[in-house]
Design a protein around this ligand. Structure first.
Ligand SMILES: Cc1cc2nc3c(=O)[nH]c(=O)nc-3n(C[C@H](O)[C@H](O)[C@H](O)COP(=O)(O)OP(=O)(O)OC[C@H]3O[C@@H](n4cnc5c(N)ncnc54)[C@H](O)[C@@H]3O)c2cc1C
Ligand code: SF4
Ligand code: SF4
Length: 399
């Protein structure tokens, strides 16, 4: 592994005090099986020293300077993630209780419906409206891999057609922030980008925007709108789609038309809409990302807009607008939507409470939205060493 060689080489160099290196993050988060594949560490590295390995995990590709930024902004590492919940919009007026600050909330669906959309198609419709109005130059979304069926990969959609092609949910993380350099895309010099992501990814963006720095080639400053997909857990692609569905249950991934997690069940339908799998999601717990257990942000507190299915009738999206930017953006799609009050707001509260219970049982540190933004590496060690989420020691490590 490239990172191993660099680490060995650097073991011979005298170390300045107070440094936190990539391999500290590696031991405490990645090797401890706590990484939630958000890609924030890749985006935060000012020397572009972190890349994405073949295992879809962050890896060192160049010399690490020990600047600590990958550690600081990692939501399973140095980022006290819940403090970002107060960042979006007017901090004074915000509550983080329950589902947090809500400007407006709806049950909604686009009319006419967008083919392949997961629920009411609100996310795709919003992005299309913003592109058509010239309000954004692109949207970082997920597109199916060209080589691996039902694997989502980060993709910058720049036309309504591209947004349509990317509609629907992929139940794997795309390391979205690891693709925030927007390399290879033809964009204006100061692009305005919307990001669709899981709440942990939005937390990373908001934290980085609150502490502007030189982020190497990542264009975090270009992100003008954040849309969170409600999320209680994400999955490891190999374990869920290949081992559990293809190998153990004999599902032909080429014949799958829809994958959904709804009412506590994993649902897989074929291309004709026939049910292939309908099984409690707890049966797939081993394929979920362990680091998700520590996440209390089901609802996407730090996002401008949160969208999910819970709280609305099947075929509709639950939409929670949280900020002024979210309200302004939503006006562009409003005329295209069937809108009504949230069907079952209490369902959102219930799932949020359950998600928090799991997180508070799994977190080894205190959950404190009023704490400083960052947790020192030494402080992390105090809480996590000796637990089932302890850092994993390497052979060639030094502090
Ligand atoms: C891992 C995961 C877990 C989820 N868990 C829940 C849940 O517990 N409860 C709930 O109510 N809703 C959950 N959702 C959200 C739900 O599945 C829908 O995405 C949401 O309701 C939006 O539907 P829509 O029809 O409005 O969006 P669509 O119009 O279908 O657009 C969805 C957009 O999201 C993008 N996208 C899809 N997958 C990803 C991904 N992995 N990372 C980044 N972008 C992606 C697509 O490219 C598309 O642009 C989850 C989604 C994901 C990806
Ligand atoms: S959780 Fe995110 S920031 Fe932390 S190591 Fe994994 S990809 Fe990097
Ligand atoms: S459960 Fe939390 S940590 Fe896991 S993918 Fe969803 S938002 Fe990220």
């Amino acid at each position: 592994m490239a990172g191993f060689d660099i680490r060995e080489f650097m073991n011979d160099i005298e170390e300045a005090p107070g440094k936190v290196w990539f391999w500290d993050l590696e031991q405490a988060v990645i090797d401890a099986n706590r990484c939630v594949q958000c890609g924030v560490c890749v985006a935060a590295c000012p020397t572009d020293s972190i890349g994405i390995g073949e295992d879809d995990l962050p890896t060192l590709i160049k010399m690490c300077t020990g600047c600590s930024l990958c550690w600081d902004f990692c939501p399973r590492g140095g980022l006290q993630y819940e403090t970002t919940w107060k960042i979006t919009g007017n901090a004074e007026a915000r509550t983080i209780e329950g589902i947090g600050h809500v400007e407006e909330s709806y049950t909604a669906r686009v009319n006419p419906m967008i083919k392949g959309a997961q629920d009411g198609g609100v996310v795709s419709a919003l992005l299309i409206s913003l592109l058509e109005a010239g309000e954004i130059d692109g949207a970082l979304v997920a597109r199916e891999s060209e080589t691996e069926r039902w694997k989502g990969e980060a993709f910058l959609a720049r036309t309504p057609e591209e947004v349509r092609e990317c509609a629907g949910s992929f139940y794997n993380q795309t390391l979205a922030l690891g693709h925030a350099d927007f390399k290879g895309y033809d964009l204006p010099s100061n692009p305005r980008i919307a990001v669709v992501g899981t709440p942990c990814e939005i937390e990373g963006i908001k934290a980085m925007q609150a502490r502007p720095w030189t982020w190497g080639s990542s264009r975090v400053e270009a992100i003008t709108l954040t849309i969170a997909l409600l999320c209680t857990k994400s999955f490891n692609y190999e374990k869920l789609m290949l081992e559990e569905l293809r190998d153990k249950r004999g599902v032909d991934l080429d014949n799958v038309g829809r994958v959904d997690v709804i009412r506590g069940k994993l649902i897989v339908q074929d291309l004709d809409g026939e049910m292939l799998i309908e099984e409690p999601i707890r049966d797939f717990h081993g394929a979920a990302l362990k680091g998700c257990d520590e996440c209390a942000d089901f609802i996407g507190h730090a996002a401008d807009i949160s969208v999910g299915s819970v709280g609305s009738t099947d075929g509709y999206s639950s939409v929670i607008i949280r900020s002024e930017e979210g309200l302004v953006a939503f006006e562009h799609v409003r005329p295209k939507l069937e809108l009504r009050e949230l069907d079952r707001a209490e369902a959102l509260n219930k799932l949020d409470a359950l998600d928090k219970r799991i997180a508070f049982n799994s977190l080894k540190r205190v959950f404190d939205p009023d704490a400083p933004l960052f947790i020192d590496f030494e402080e992390h060690l105090k809480h996590y060493c000796g637990t089932d989420r302890a850092p994993v020691e390497h052979d060639a490590v030094r502090y």
